[in-house]
Design a protein around this ligand. Structure first.
Ligand SMILES: Cc1cc2nc3c(=O)[nH]c(=O)nc-3n(C[C@H](O)[C@H](O)[C@H](O)COP(=O)(O)OP(=O)(O)OC[C@H]3O[C@@H](n4cnc5c(N)ncnc54)[C@H](O)[C@@H]3O)c2cc1C
Length: 365
């Protein structure tokens, strides 16, 4: 392949301007590095605005700050989606980070001992690149959705904004995580609502004896248990449901619960527990897949997962930040991403490029 013509050079390029990209930006600015954050959307932290209107954080404001700037307001409240987006935009402004908006990166490749990053019709080069494109990227919908009839309104949770998106009549939410529970509860105020729970998550109370759950996780050190510890490994294998329980949803909000949704035929959905229901609308709160196919570097395993140690890959100068359980439970959370950001920033500062005579790394194809 011929080399791409490069229009700009920087010490470091950060791909993604959400909380992870901004947190590493803070440290790079402190180091006086020449860097740029490339963000696909027209504003930083766009992923938050794309979530449903009534979303409330499960972490209280006390645990939602990035390095160097407190999350404003009562630390014990649970901020809304828009408050988070506003805070992150204010954060980028406060430190005057170089964020280039409307700049979706379509390729990252090794070239001349560094990296070329392609954005639309331009290309940048840098010795080091931090990929901070988020743990929740490509909406995943199970295949049975294809057998749902055209008269049923169906959407992934990323497309759901409010109950107005769904017709009146019986609705089904598929997915027993925090997203599925919050959306089912909201829908239950205006419609007969059903929830399919494929795998039960461990319910944890939002507050215990007047304190936020994350106070306990912080005070006991559990939030910082790493994937290398036995308890960290156990925790990473089990998702948690915060502030809700199946029982509460059924009793208080009248939501009818089912097992995993296993087949669809027109408007009829069947479940693992041998129940079935006819619905007018479905919200698939069935999670995400990560897509790093645009990164051409030998840092993925056979299943496409990033092979790394705390975000540092074997490809010199290529890092990831903000992955789920990158290092701890806190890695993909607002209040703790700063720990990994500080670590990656140290590695960036300590980086010494290989001598020019050494061969560049092989690429993955
Ligand atoms: C429904 C939901 C509720 C959550 N609630 C909480 C909570 O209460 N508390 C908490 O701490 N965490 C919560 N999280 C987890 C986490 O804080 C968020 O997912 C957060 O958005 C992750 O930040 P990020 O910067 O890693 O990724 P993102 O916010 O996804 O940001 C990644 C950015 O990269 C950009 N991008 C992607 N691809 C490219 C590309 N190729 N080129 C350029 N830019 C690109 C995107 O436009 C985006 O702006 C929640 C997550 C979800 C899904």
């Amino acid at each position: 392949m011929s080399d791409t013509t490069v229009t700009k050079s920087h010490d470091v390029l950060v791909v993604g301007g959400g909380q992870a990209g901004l947190a590493i930006g803070y440290h790079l600015a402190q180091q006086g590095k020449d860097f740029t954050i490339l963000e696909a959307a027209s504003e930083p932290a766009a992923a938050w605005r794309e979530r449903w209107d009534s979303l409330k954080l499960f972490t209280s404001a006390r645990y939602d700050s990035l390095p160097g700037m407190e999350f404003p307001g009562d630390p014990d409240r649970y901020p809304t989606r828009d408050e988070v987006a506003d805070y992150l935009i204010a954060y980028a402004r406060e430190f005057d980070f170089p964020v280039e908006l409307n700049s979706r990166v379509r390729a990252v490749r090794r070239q001349n001992g560094g990296y070329v990053v392609e954005v639309g019709d331009r290309a940048y080069e840098a010795r080091q690149v931090v990929i901070a494109t988020g743990p929740f990227q490509t909406p995943f919908v199970p295949q049975i959705a294809e057998d749902v009839g055209d008269d049923v309104v169906q959407m992934h949770s990323t497309a759901y904004r409010s109950p107005a998106a769904l017709p009146q009549g019986r609705v089904l939410v598929v997915g027993g995580g925090n997203t599925g529970f919050q959306i089912a509860q909201e829908l239950s105020d205006s419609r007969e609502t059903h929830l399919a729970i494929g795998s039960r998550q461990t319910p944890l109370p939002q507050r215990i004896l007047g304190r936020d759950l994350f106070w306990y996780l912080d005070a006991t050190g559990l939030i910082r248990k790493t994937t290398e510890s036995r308890i960290g490994r156990r925790m990473s294998g089990r998702d948690t449901l915060i502030g809700s329980t199946p029982r509460r949803l059924r009793k208080r909000h009248n939501v009818e619960l089912h097992g995993r949704a296993i087949s669809a035929d027109g408007s009829t959905i069947r479940f693992e527990d041998e129940t079935a229901v006819d619905v007018a609308g479905i919200v698939w709160a069935t999670g995400f897949r990560v897509d790093h196919s645009w990164i051409d570097a030998p840092v993925f395993d056979g299943a496409g997962r990033v092979v790394h140690r705390r975000g540092v890959t074997e490809a010199p100068g290529l890092y990831f930040l903000g992955l789920s359980w990158q290092h701890t439970r806190g890695s993909a959370l607002l209040g703790w991403v700063k720990d990994d950001a500080a670590y990656i920033a140290e590695r960036v500062a300590a980086f010494r490029p290989k001598a020019a005579s050494q061969p560049a790394l092989a690429t993955s194809n």
